[in-house]
Ligand binder design. Structure first.
Ligand SMILES: [Zn+2]
Ligand SMILES: [Zn+2]
Ligand SMILES: [Zn+2]
Length: 292
């Protein structure tokens, strides 16, 4: 390997979780998917998150640090068969499934030192202004790195990330999609978006430029959550996403997955998941690995 260079195959992305923020089972829910997960631990799923792993230096970077971070981190180390250092994290937005796990970096648990956390400027303001996150900053457990959107930022040699603003209900800060770029490949991570229309041009521009895309698959269709106001929790149904993707094809370079599945989503059932194949879309699975 050339000094400072990167041998191919060193960096890859591992899917740590594929559920919506509440995970599966969701607390207090007795739907068939949640009950099945209570009976079979293999069906338990944490919120959507990724890890970028570096097998040479045995370190990892997280994309979103979920409430299931302890289980997701331990599960990944078990799979990797060796301790990996947490070298940093990117946070997409301030909804509970995407950042609550940061609490484990504090003095009550890991007592981390200066772990870089890459966020938008608005997300940095949110974390700095509110306890308990502000304590992580004050005690130096984390070091906030403000990334201006729409420009690539080098996170580590050979690894860069671009944040792209996404329309999403932003009660506390804003919401970003992430494009990760390694030595050979690019991956788009977009777990939450309210609707495709305002992002149509961006999707049409970004999708052909990445090798892997993990997109918001929260709800399969519009009838999925009886008793809940869908206006309060908007996401494009997967059926709409399939139609939109059809307009953008051919996309010869891009493998497309849906992730961030609500507990109610029929795509938890393998039969329904396989029915996406003719549309050129797969359901993301925990443990999926994508080389960067
Ligand atoms: Zn979410
Ligand atoms: Zn449920
Ligand atoms: Zn969200």
């Amino acid at each position: 390997m050339a000094p400072g260079g990167r041998e191919p195959g060193r960096l890859s992305v591992v899917v740590l979780g594929t559920a919506q923020d509440g995970g599966r089972p969701q607390v207090g829910c007795h739907c068939t998917h949640c009950q099945a997960a209570r009976r079979d631990p293999a069906l338990v799923e944490g919120p959507s998150a990724l890890a970028v792993i570096d097998d040479v230096h045995r370190q990892m970077w997280l994309v979103d640090v979920t409430p299931a971070f302890p289980q997701q981190f331990d599960g990944l180390e078990t799979r990797l068969g060796a301790p990996y250092a947490l070298a940093g994290a990117i946070i997409t937005h301030a909804h509970i499934g995407h950042y609550l796990g940061l609490a484990h970096l504090g003095r009550e648990v890991m007592g981390a030192h200066g772990v870089p956390v890459w966020v938008s400027p608005a997300m940095a303001r949110f974390l700095t202004a509110h306890a308990p996150w502000s304590q992580l900053v004050q005690l130096g457990n984390i070091r906030l790195e403000r990334l201006e959107p729409d420009a690539p930022h080098v996170l580590a040699p050979g690894l860069s990330a671009t944040l792209i603003p996404v329309p999403h209900r932003n009660e506390h800060a804003d919401t970003m999609a992430v494009v990760l770029e390694g030595p050979t490949r690019r991956l788009l991570y977009l777990p939450d978006i309210d609707r495709w229309e305002p992002w149509a041009d961006t999707l049409a521009q970004v999708l052909p430029s990445v090798d892997v895309a993990l997109l918001d698959g929260t709800f399969y269709d519009a009838d999925e959550l009886p008793g809940r106001n869908r206006q309060e929790i908007p996401h494009p149904p997967v059926v709409d996403t399939l139609a939109r993707l059809a307009l953008l094809r051919p996309l010869p370079r891009t493998e497309i997955y849906v992730t961030h599945l609500n507990h109610s989503n029929r795509l938890w059932d393998p039969v329904h998941a396989e029915a996406l194949a003719p549309h050129g879309v797969r359901v993301a699975r925990r443990g999926d690995q994508h080389e960067l």
